[in-house]
Design a protein around this ligand. Structure first.
Ligand SMILES: [Zn+2]
Length: 468
């Protein structure tokens, strides 16, 4: 920067500070004509965000089975237990978390009976220290799980929600006060239960990958139930294709009166080599294919600021992880006795459940993405093209290379490829390329972003490194 530039910058800074000093905080709003930050869906409105994902007729038919009335019924039962705090009563049949989990277990068992035992239903208990309790007590944290085994039992997709509730705004560990948790997360729990019902009915023989419907406890004490499950799956040597959570998926009216019942937010970290961002692009694309009137709004971030959820442990374990959450939250009700049944919009929750179903069924039908993907500048073509290579994937009949610029949120170019290499006519200094597997039935895997091979350590190169 020149001296003149520095002076100008300094002058502008002084002006801004002077303005701040005389303007009351309440008046410091953006001018009325200033546009709000657009959602990713608006950023790429003109492009097709479906990234070449195809509509499967059987799956589209299954979406119609998702019943808002059943989700509503489940949530009303959950709320009737008064509190589902993880430290609440476990012996009563009508009150507390014990009654809640036995109810969920019974429902899942009933679905399994209806599909000739296709679901493996279990309690998944663990004794875990509650670090958010003043005495650091050990709690019996019990998840309720239903497994829909696929042809490959080493690959699992976890679709979860947490059935515990709290009045965390006053005391996370209050075990007796009314904590209806109708939205947080009775809505997500009820949606996942409905998915287990629909998928067990539609796919009693399972899909390719195994699906775990997971109803977690102790989310409110620090995602303890999901952390236990993520660790258990890792210890068992299973590959988690996605750790998905529905958390707070039923409110459509914000405390300021704004209403949105036609869009949902998804949160996922977008950083290579993690596939979470690719999972978000997949969900975004599936939303466009299966629920075109329901807007999916991706945010490439683990969660809302200062918040967390049951996808977190899967992200930390290195698996693709994503959270579904309502577009507009009502912060005056969360973690309070006012998180009541009457405020949940079950038609809205059902649409999120349909998006869940499209995601879980598509992923479970698909092969894995290639384990790795390597990009090298093609010197033969003068350096403008790029050589792409990846290892073959079991179950893939072909592949697709996808490309976007670094400033585009999702892919705009989809190129069918036979074999496991491709010469790409794009300048990858300014773009991102990825590859995915295509199954015999047309199912698509998540995308794997191409990466540059690591440079050899200094002193071992045979050609001088470029410094331009
Ligand atoms: Zn929650």
């Amino acid at each position: 920067m020149t001296d003149g530039g520095r002076q100008m910058f300094g002058g502008a800074l002084v002006c801004a500070l002077a303005l701040a000093a005389v303007t009351p905080a309440a008046a410091q709003k953006a001018p009325a004509k200033s546009p709000a930050v657009p959602a990713a869906s608006a950023v790429q409105k003109s492009a097709d965000v479906s990234i070449g994902l195809k509509r499967d007729a059987a799956l589209a038919a299954a979406l119609a089975d998702v019943s808002a009335a059943r989700i509503r019924q489940t949530d009303s039962v959950l709320v009737s237990f008064g509190t589902r705090n993880t430290m609440s009563d476990t012996t009563s049949e009508s009150h507390g978390i014990g009654a809640a989990r036995r109810y969920l277990y019974r429902e899942l068992r009933a679905y399994s009976r209806d599909c000739s035992g296709c679901l493996r239903v279990e309690y998944d208990p663990a004794m875990i220290v509650n670090a958010r309790h003043p005495q650091k007590v050990t709690m019996n944290v019990v998840n309720v799980l239903a497994w829909l085994p696929g042809r490959d039992t080493t690959r699992v997709i976890v679709m979860g929600g947490h059935y515990d509730s709290c009045v965390c705004k006053t005391n996370t560990n209050d075990s007796t006060s009314t904590a209806p948790g109708a939205d947080d997360d009775g809505s997500g729990t009820s949606a996942v239960l409905e998915l287990a019902r629909v998928m067990s009915k539609r796919y009693p023989k399972g899909l390719d990958a195994t699906i775990v419907f997971a109803l977690y406890a102790a989310e409110e004490q620090g995602v303890l139930g999901s952390a236990h499950l993520a660790q258990r799956l890792k210890d068992a040597g299973l590959t988690v294709m996605a750790g998905l959570t529905d958390d707070i998926v039923g409110n459509v009216v914000a405390e300021n009166g704004k209403v949105d019942s036609s869009s949902v937010r998804i949160y996922a970290v977008d950083s290579v080599p993690s596939l979470s961002g690719e999972l978000a692009r997949y969900v975004w694309g599936l939303g466009a294919v299966y629920l075109p009137k329901f807007e999916v709004r991706p945010t490439f971030r683990l969660d809302r600021l200062g918040r967390g959820g049951d996808h977190g442990p899967f992200q930390r374990a290195g698996s693709p992880a994503l959270r579904f959450t309502e577009r507009l939250e009502n912060y005056k009700r969360q973690h309070l006795p006012t998180d009541e049944f009457s405020f949940v919009n079950f038609g809205y929750t059902a649409n999120i459940a349909r998006l869940n179903l499209a995601t879980v069924a598509s992923l479970a039908a698909a092969p894995m993405p290639p384990d790795s993907a390597r990009q090298v500048r093609d010197t033969l073509s003068g350096g403008q093209d790029w050589d792409l290579k990846w290892p073959a994937v079991q179950g893939a009949v072909s592949y697709e290379v996808l490309v976007r610029s670094t400033v585009q949120p999702t892919y705009v170019r989809v190129i069918p490829v036979q074999g496991t290499s491709f010469l790409l006519d794009e300048e990858l200094d300014d773009a991102v390329a990825a590859v995915r597997s295509v199954g015999a039935d047309g199912s698509r895997s998540l995308t794997r972003v191409f990466q540059q091979p690591l440079r050899r350590p200094a002193g071992t190169t045979t050609t001088p490194p470029s410094t331009h």
